[in-house]
Design a protein around this ligand. Structure first.
Ligand code: NAP
Length: 360
């Protein structure tokens, strides 16, 4: 009996279950060894419909809607009373602030994709391979806000592959400056997203609000956690973000300077051998190789490499010296998996293993 009890899966609710990220949560959580979906929520327009009815014509995944999900009746996300142990949030950022707060106050752990709480002084902005220690701020958050639940966020979908690729360099040599150009997939804009007449045969040199996030979030992620806040890393970052006509996968060209002298071969070795806490803990969604280095200088390529290890492994290639900063390289990450739903699921696995997420 006790043994059976210890294998009981945690029940999960998904806020924003009908959207691009919400759909990815549903696909990635099928057959998860620790978590099972028990509730789905979205806007008032979707509430009361079965999931199948609500996403009619806008289910955009390459697999069918899972049988166990089709008939679930969607609830109104503005009411924090879902039958589950914790929630993932893929809510529209315009409404996520109030809704996520209400869930945290009502005792739910909220594992969020949205930008609303990322810059808060008491909310972890986490990539488990990069800063798993930042979870230690949770008790301070709960005390300060008088919440029995909590909010943990994952970063913007460009920032995830960027900080993962730079983490081993940062640990060994320090990083002082970063300049990057992003080529971001259409799915990053949600559904229906960028109109086809804008993006076909085109590159759009502006993604509203993106560059400030890409220039700030790495400072928190690569910084230190204190008892009552975070100390930002001392790095100068300049980002230029572009929308390109790929479906999934954010492709970055990144130049950077190190604080201590380094050699191309040393950095390559660090990237190839990099492992973080999820790999050491053997978390279910952790890729074997969080960073995959491509020796073929025609790789990584968006279409060929975005799905490596189920979209959870970040590809790096073309590391070489740079005449302006010290080094340059290309980096590729799957935006809706490693940059969104998969990132949140890995955060939840880490938080469960560390004892922060339990049955309610
Ligand atoms: P999306 O496709 O537009 O989906 C938005 C979701 O929010 C839908 O489920 C929608 O429900 C729900 N929603 C909208 N208004 C609501 C309201 N008033 N009350 C309750 N629910 C409401 O967006 P997305 O691309 O999945 O992005 C979701 C969040 O993740 C955003 O904050 C985004 O910035 C972030 N994010 C996205 C990506 C990406 O690659 N797409 C990556 C990282 C982070 P209805 O269907 O009922 O309207």
């Amino acid at each position: 009996m006790d043994k059976e009890k210890s294998f009981k899966k945690l029940k999960v609710g998904i806020l924003g279950a009908t959207g691009t990220v919400g759909q990815k949560f549903i696909v990635l959580l099928q057959n998860h060894p620790w978590f099972e979906i028990s509730a789905l929520a979205a806007s008032k327009e979707s509430a009361g419909k079965t999931y199948e009815e609500a996403v009619k014509g806008r289910w955009k995944q390459e697999v069918d809607i899972p049988e166990s999900i089709r008939g679930i009746v969607i609830q109104d996300a503005s009411k924090p009373n879902l039958k589950c142990d914790f929630v993932f949030s893929g809510l529209d950022a315009g409404v996520a602030g109030e809704i996520e707060k209400a869930f945290a106050a009502a005792g739910y752990g909220v594992i969020s994709n949205t930008k609303n709480y990322r810059t808060e002084q008491d909310v972890p902005l986490m990539v488990p391979e990069v800063n798993p220690d930042h979870a230690s701020i949770i008790p301070f958050q709960q005390k300060r806000r008088k919440w029995t639940g909590f909010i943990v966020t994952n970063p913007n979908c460009v920032v995830v592959p960027l900080v993962m690729a730079l983490k081993p360099v940062m640990d060994k040599f320090g990083v002082s400056k970063i300049m990057l150009t992003s080529m971001q997939a259409i799915s990053g804009a949600g559904y229906p997203g960028v109109p086809s007449l804008d993006i076909l045969d085109n590159v759009i040199p502006m993604i509203g609000g993106e560059e400030p996030k890409v220039e700030w979030e790495p400072l928190k992620l690569l910084g230190d956690v204190k008892k009552d806040g975070f100390k930002l890393a001392n790095i100068k970052i300049s980002a230029q973000c572009n929308r390109v006509p790929t479906k999934d996968g954010h492709f970055l060209t990144v130049a950077f300077s190190t604080r201590k002298p380094a050699k191309v071969g040393e950095i390559k070795r660090l990237i190839k051998n990099f492992k973080g806490e999820p790999q050491k803990m053997k978390l279910p969604s952790a890729p074997q190789k969080p960073l995959f280095y491509h020796e073929d200088e025609y790789r990584p390529q968006t279409r060929l490499d975005r799905d490596r290890e189920g979209g959870m492994s970040v590809s790096v290639g073309r590391l070489r010296e740079d005449a302006v900063l010290d080094f340059k390289m290309v980096v590729l990450g799957h935006n809706t998996i490693r940059g969104a739903a998969g990132a949140a699921i890995l955060n939840a696995e880490l938080l469960h293993k560390k004892g922060y997420l339990k049955a309610r």
